[in-house]
Ligand binder design. Structure first.
Ligand SMILES: [Zn+2]
Length: 217
């Protein structure tokens, strides 16, 4: 993972937009912790259902391994990524802050198969900044649950708008979906790109162009 912070001039005369943050979907509230024994039983059933013998040597430990794996890769569902943004710093910097190439792994909720790639996140502060590692933690917190890439993208943008109250936010995710590269249309190397813009990233062409130029890198 590489991160970089860069700043450039942006106009300070833009009115912040009134985009409302998405509420309940972002919190992860209401999702129960992974029930290990129930996952083990389900995996044994699944193994039998796909024609395997769950009692053969190579598969004996599989239900337990899968249960522990799900507990780890779906652990974000019980977390509120907002807690990473509880400590913000007052700062008069009003120019774009960009964190590029945040590696993430998530799970497609349509196929329960992984998708992974890079997130690029930017915001224009309006009195508050946050440590760059916290932005990576937010991405990870929302990624570690059953997801669709579109929702993951907007959850990151909405949480930053809500907690940092910046002039605007831009989020771009580029990801490879194993449900697309291993099955179905089987297009290895194809990437899905999703974008969410809030505030001045939506309303101000100059800010949007600056963001695009960072993305082209
Ligand atoms: Zn899928």
């Amino acid at each position: 993972m590489t991160t970089s912070e860069e700043a450039r001039k942006t106009p300070s005369t833009d009115t912040p937009s009134t985009d409302a943050p998405v509420s309940a979907a972002g919190s992860g509230a209401g999702i129960r912790p992974v029930d290990g024994p129930a996952v083990e039983a389900a995996v044994r059933s699944l193994l039998a259902a796909v024609g395997e013998d769950p009692t053969r040597e190579g598969l004996l430990g599989t239900p337990d391994r899968v249960a522990r794996m799900y507990a780890e890769i779906l652990s974000g569902a019980q977390q509120d990524p907002g807690h990473h943004l509880e400590v913000v710093f007052s700062e008069g910097h009003h120019e774009m802050v960009v964190v590029r190439d945040i590696a993430f792994e998530s799970m497609c909720e349509h196929h329960m198969m992984p998708f992974m790639g890079k997130a690029h996140v930017a915001y224009v502060p309006n009195g508050h900044i946050v440590g760059l590692s916290k932005i990576a933690r937010v991405v990870e917190g929302f990624a570690r649950r059953l997801q669709v890439q579109e929702r993951l993208t907007s959850q990151i943008a909405d949480l930053l708008m809500d907690r940092l109250e910046p002039q605007g936010v831009g989020v771009v995710l580029e990801a490879t979906h194993t449900c697309m590269t291993m099955r179905g249309v089987r297009k290895p190397g194809s990437a899905m790109v999703t974008s969410a813009v809030r505030g001045t990233f939506k309303s101000c062409a100059e800010t949007r162009n600056e963001w695009m130029s960072f993305l082209r890198g």
